[in-house]
Ligand binder design. Structure first.
Ligand code: BGC
Length: 383
């Protein structure tokens, strides 16, 4: 993935932190008109894990944007371990962070850290995942998570031939056998993805067009703790042996994240599906999210049907703008003040749009925008 400023400029995501000529669009618009950033300020950035490429890209992008704006950055990854993340944030606070940007592992586990931040006058920006059950989440930058779920469900229907990519009716009639996966239940986003997807799929399950052969239609049954690829693979293997052992075939799998999709695809291939959608025993329609490079290659090769692209460069830019607004004594500009109730209050949010990527839109969505090079897509590895 290209992370240079040049690529960002080429993509139209011009960083304008600290420049008075900025339009005010975005999270930093409302409070940052006057005054230069305090250049010796330090921002603590806490990311959940390095096992998923998306969070590495997020961490790097946030760091780069904050440093471009003249701030010091303390970036930490927590290996998907809740105590590690809590400790890292405690340390950021004792080491004098002036603002915190946090992508939580468990959105309900950081109340005492956020109280300590509040007591020390440190603003907290929830990054991508909402921090819940605390009055001390000051701002939230994310994508439109409900729409991610809607887009994943629509991609599934498109792959099955029930819908066309433009949303109109397809020629297929069903019934189709599908299985449903959800993310980690301690991640608030998982519920939004699921609710968005079910808003599209439920009527078709009710009228019999889609049949969840396993009967596992509740989020608790479909959830994969900590978003682990291996756990998803095991669940798919279990579904295949428990439910599809009598000649029945799976036609589609709703998967909310590329890492899970890779586990699901491995289980399906080991059971004789695929290897691609064109094979005699075709790979079922498998959705995804994050446009991770290994999965983009699977989409290019006709193995995974789709992914949802969330431009982490833009999210990083919004997080940096929000931090700057707070550091200059202002308030970040929200574009949603209704949706994200964290259990204690509705957290003002800035939501970014998402885009479904199919085999034939990889070039326009991901290569032409400078997110990946054609070479990276061909190799399935980020440079
Ligand atoms: C993010 C997704 C990601 C998932 C697993 C969610 O909170 O919004 O983009 O796929 O975590 O890392």
């Amino acid at each position: 993935m290209r992370r240079t400023s040049a690529a960002v400029v080429a993509a139209g995501a011009v960083l304008c932190l600290g420049l008075t000529a900025c339009s005010g669009e975005g999270a930093g618009g409302a409070g940052d008109a006057g005054g230069a950033a305090s250049k010796d300020a330090m921002v603590g950035v806490s990311m959940p894990t390095q096992t998923s490429e998306r969070w590495i890209a997020d961490g790097n992008s946030v760091k780069e944007r904050l440093e471009d704006a003249g701030y010091g950055v303390n970036l930490q990854y927590a290996n998907d371990d809740i105590p590690t993340q809590s400790q890292q944030i405690d340390q950021m606070i004792t080491q004098g962070a002036d603002a915190l940007i946090i992508a939580a592992i468990d959105g309900t586990a950081l109340s005492s850290q956020l109280q300590a931040a509040k007591d020390a006058g440190i603003p907290v920006i929830s990054y991508d995942r909402l921090i819940r059950n605390t009055p001390n989440t000051d701002f939230y930058v994310t994508f439109d998570n409900f729409k991610v779920g809607v887009a994943q469900a629509n991609a599934l229907l498109t792959g099955l031939g029930l819908r066309k990519a433009d949303g109109s009716d397809g020629t297929a009639k069903g019934p189709f056998a599908v299985e449903l996966f959800a993310g980690s239940l301690d991640d608030n986003n998982s519920v939004f993805f699921w609710d968005g997807a079910m808003s599209v799929l439920k009527p078709l399950i009710t009228d019999g067009t889609l049949v969840v052969e396993s009967g596992q239609t509740k989020i608790e049954q479909a959830a994969i703790l900590r978003w682990q690829q291996e756990t998803a693979q095991r669940r798919m293997e279990d579904l295949l042996t428990s439910t599809y052992n009598d000649g029945r075939r799976v036609d589609g799998v709703l998967s909310p994240y590329d890492g899970l999709s890779r586990g699901i695809i491995t289980a399906l291939q080991n059971a004789g599906y695929g290897p691609t959608a064109d094979a005699e025993t075709p790979m079922p329609v498998v959705t995804g999210q994050d446009a991770e490079i290994a999965s983009v290659k699977l989409v290019a090769d006709g193995v995974q049907q789709s992914t949802i692209f969330k431009d982490t460069r833009k999210l990083a830019e919004q997080a940096a703008r929000a931090a700057q607004a707070f550091l200059e004594g202002g308030t970040p500009e929200a574009n949603d003040t209704k949706t994200y109730d964290n259990g204690v209050k509705v957290v003002p949010s800035f939501l970014l749009p998402v885009e479904t990527v199919y085999r034939d839109t990889i070039k326009t969505a991901l290569v032409d925008t400078g997110y990946y090079t054609a070479q990276e897509v061909a190799s399935g590895k980020a440079d």
